[in-house]
Design a protein around this ligand. Structure first.
Ligand code: CO
Length: 134
């Protein structure tokens, strides 16, 4: 069911500073910031040969990463995203095993314009896990 690792997401308190670190200190290719109000984040992608790093900054008062940054004020690893060929089939298979899908259980459109959903970290050994249909 799982395909490639699509990205590793890092929550950061200052997106501009983090993007600059990746661009200048680490010498990586970094995309322009993209605001995703439906997800409560602004994102930048660091483009690597084999995957991407998603840098996340809170957007709006009810951002889902605000609490994470309160606990991790310098930022840190927030979630992993795996590609799946059919997100509804993947969700139904996971729910049948007792896994919990966050939100209303329906996929939302993610930063790449493709359907995504998140699995409760408590059902994936402590790591927030995103699935993206590609
Ligand atoms: Co993500």
């Amino acid at each position: 069911m799982l395909g490639r690792l699509n990205h590793v997401a890092l929550a950061v308190p200052d997106l501009a500073a983090a993007a600059e670190t990746y661009r200048t200190k680490l010498g990586a290719s970094v995309t322009a910031p993209q605001s995703l109000p439906e997800h409560g984040v602004t994102v930048v992608f660091v483009e690597l040969d084999n995957t991407k790093i998603e840098l996340l900054e809170p957007l709006g008062a009810t951002s889902p990463i605000a609490a994470f940054l309160e606990k991790n004020p310098k930022g840190g690893m927030h979630h992993l995203c795996y590609e799946v060929p059919d997100i509804i089939a993947a969700r139904d298979r996971l729910v049948a095993t007792g896994a919990r899908v966050l939100g209303d259980g329906e996929p939302k459109i993610g930063a790449h314009g493709k359907p995504v959903l998140f699995l409760h970290p408590g059902d994936v050994h402590g790591t927030l896990t995103e699935l993206e249909q590609v």
